[in-house]
Design a protein around this ligand. Sequence first.
Ligand SMILES: NC(=O)c1ccc[n+]([C@@H]2O[C@H](COP(=O)([O-])OP(=O)(O)OC[C@H]3O[C@@H](n4cnc5c(N)ncnc54)[C@H](OP(=O)(O)O)[C@@H]3O)[C@@H](O)[C@H]2O)c1
Length: 301
Amino acid sequence: MAKFGAQSTAEQVSEGVDLSGRSAVVTGASTGIGLEAARVLALRGAHVVMACRNLDKAGAARERLIAGGAAPDRLEIRRLDLASLESVRAFSRDLLADNRPLPLLLNNAGLFQLSRQETSDGFEMQFGVNHLGHFLLTNLLLERIRSSAPARIVSVSSGAMHFASLTAELDDPNWEKRRYRGWRAYGDSKLMNLLFTGELARRLEGSGVVAHAVHPGGVRTELGRDAPLPMRLLTIPLAPFLRSPARGAATPVWASVSPECAKTTGGYFADCAPARAHALAGNRDVEARLWARSAELTRIA
Ligand SMILES: NC(=O)c1ccc[n+]([C@@H]2O[C@H](COP(=O)([O-])OP(=O)(O)OC[C@H]3O[C@@H](n4cnc5c(N)ncnc54)[C@H](OP(=O)(O)O)[C@@H]3O)[C@@H](O)[C@H]2O)c1
């Protein structure tokens, strides 16, 4: 029988794990799943870099964690706005200057928007933040992560990937040639998290670094904050069916620290177990095309 499942919390799945002396970067740690993941990783002894775009909000969140018993020296806030490639570069540059090993990168930050918006580099926002910013961040930190092996890169994807098909989207990731559909763009970006993980896992084979993608379940967080009011009102009755951040962070944390997930790579997990991924998962051609396109757009070699 599986040890953990949909009811498990991040604390439960990491019980007995000792992360003393290890460091981790958690993107989007100001609230929701990322904040809980940061709290629990720090509880297990890790030095956690909370990579957040809004320093005031992140600072207030950190203060709440400390008031709740978290060790202040294990929670460090650094500015990272994934909607700006320059911010991703500046964050990575400063982090690498510390010369600290980096055995865990949790690519968690994300947003959901129904209306089309753009990043400061002119990319459609969900593509730019959920996928492209994390693609660049991971690549800029990759050598440090490699040299910190055994190491893991975990990306928080979503079951919403099943709304995506991605075949035309790779040619039009910014939705310039098609009528914009926010749900679809969100699903595309989450499918990209999965396909990025597949290619990353392949590239890292034998390096001691594993890469996984996870679906956290339906979680009560701020993710719907940019949705129009009628939609937010419509989702109120769903709230009791959503899980708390304590449970929502369970699969991301489990993929990040469990001994089971160190033995495999390229996994897609939900409820702390392998899950059914999109039909394009493992499609080397599409994964390689997405990688090449992303590398071109972020101007990495
Ligand atoms: N909630 C769910 O049901 C659910 C289901 C499946 C997948 N997910 C995924 O889970 C992840 C975490 O989402 P959540 O539910 O915890 O949502 P959330 O409460 O809205 O948290 C999202 C985090 O991402 C940050 N973020 C947004 N845009 C950013 C940017 N440009 N640069 C840096 N950080 C940015 C937010 O920062 P601010 O606080 O400054 O806005 C926040 O810290 C996302 O990748 C989401 O797609 C969530």
